[in-house]
Write a protein that binds this ligand. Structure first.
Ligand code: SF4
Ligand code: SF4
Length: 119
């Protein structure tokens, strides 16, 4: 079982993708990228903070909070909405660079994607 945090697109979360219900369903079905792990427990769910996507500074702040409350995690999921925003929505985030930056800052495994397209 891994503990994970999810980072999503601020512009899509709860606006187009209402309530993040799709990723919660994928999580409960162990579908999409969640299928790569035996079991995933989400310990925090945050966003890029809005364009231009300050993911690393936000993760640094989140890490401070998690440390304060004694919560640890193993994996960072860059949610499917961010990948979609990059592919179809003119988002300027460089996903390859983001993965490297997040790995470097957090020392954790980074996965691009969460729910599969059919959910
Ligand atoms: S892809 Fe997942 S994390 Fe992103 S907005 Fe939709 S449900 Fe939320
Ligand atoms: S930077 Fe990209 S992922 Fe973040 S809100 Fe803007 S479009 Fe969405």
């Amino acid at each position: 079982m891994v503990k994970a945090i999810v980072v999503c697109c601020e512009n899509i979360r709860d606006r187009i993708c209402m309530g993040c219900a799709r990723c919660f369903k994928a999580l409960s079905l162990k579908a999409g990228k969640f299928a790569e792990f035996d079991e995933v427990e989400i310990v925090a769910w945050t966003s890029c903070g809005g364009c231009p996507g300050l993911v690393v500074p936000r993760l640094n702040n989140l890490n401070l909070v998690l440390k304060q409350i004694g919560v640890e995690y193993d994996v960072v999921f860059i949610a499917s909405c961010i990948a979609k925003a990059v592919k179809t929505g003119y988002c300027r985030i460089d996903l390859e660079k983001l993965v490297k930056d997040v790995e470097k800052e957090t020392g954790k495994q980074v996965v691009i994607g969460t729910k599969p397209p059919e959910i």
